[in-house]
Design a protein around this ligand. Sequence first.
Ligand SMILES: Cc1cc2nc3c(=O)[nH]c(=O)nc-3n(C[C@H](O)[C@H](O)[C@H](O)COP(=O)(O)OP(=O)(O)OC[C@H]3O[C@@H](n4cnc5c(N)ncnc54)[C@H](O)[C@@H]3O)c2cc1C
Length: 310
Amino acid sequence: MIDATSKALFHALAQSGLLRRLASRYGMRRQGFARRFIAGETIDEALTAVADLPSRGLRLTLDYLGESVSTPQEARAFTETYLQLVQTIVASGVERNLSVKLTQLGLDISKDLAFDHMRRLLDAAEPQGFFVRVDMEHSPYVDRTLDTIERLWGAGYRQVGTVIQSCLFRSPADVTRLCALGARVRLVKGAYKEPAGVAHRGKTEVDAAYLSLMRQLLDTGHFPAFATHDVQMINCVRAYATERGIDRTRYEFQMLYGIRRDLQTSLVSEGYGMRVYVPFGQQWFPYFMRRLGERPANVAFVLRGVLGEG
Ligand SMILES: Cc1cc2nc3c(=O)[nH]c(=O)nc-3n(C[C@H](O)[C@H](O)[C@H](O)COP(=O)(O)OP(=O)(O)OC[C@H]3O[C@@H](n4cnc5c(N)ncnc54)[C@H](O)[C@@H]3O)c2cc1C
């Protein structure tokens, strides 16, 4: 459940070098506690982990974990890895769908660098039938992310979309902007600790904003994705789509790897599109800490795993 205090606590813990070192040592062992949420440290491990998703009717998007890159060399290296990933995915036959963060491709260094790296990625990926989703990061990145999407769109790329966070006050205007452009939107509640001046803090407000943006996207969006594990949100999406006569082929649900697998399966069995977001890579610690912050019960799950290792 979203709670500003637990988000803040886990945000602070995510900065701890000691925790990061300990987690890196134990988390991704064979029965490591992080394996529930991370599909592996290499693409081969990730491909093994997702091998049964298509036969269970699940779609997928692969995310090579990494963010907040501070040197052009590192940003270039991530871009090269993504380019190799495109080839590996094509050769493997799994669904051609990627999620990527702009700070991984150099947004903290310059907007132009991140744009150039996105161009390189899309030049390789689009002709092969990929769709590339740009994840949304903290609120200071929203303008730069949306500008980059518009710039890519202006350069003729169409298989690229992004994410809107319902916790942010600005999001209704951003949805209008993206719908006018024609870009696909994934709607989420928002995973980051945000200042009170820009974001709703309580679950009731974030949920109400989610539902309002959901209606906006179903009315005016382009194949929107409703990314949530919240049954109440999911039921409202279904009810509103039915009320408006919107076929279930015109939108999809998305959930994170390892979370609410029961709900993923039951939605597929009812004929809904369900995409699983599959993170992998060595830099899994910040992603992992965000998942812990979302649900205190995950901490107990992790502790059981750690203690179980003896
Ligand atoms: C496919 C996908 C992509 C995303 N991309 C982004 C992005 O680009 N930018 C961004 O800011 N955020 C992103 N998020 C994260 C999102 O913003 C939320 O932080 C996260 O989805 C938790 O919110 P919720 O909608 O599930 O609702 P909540 O109200 O947080 O939770 C509802 C219920 O879902 C279950 N649940 C939620 N989280 C967890 C968890 N970690 N572990 C176990 N159970 C859980 C629990 O049963 C909980 O009661 C993404 C989420 C998904 C599913």
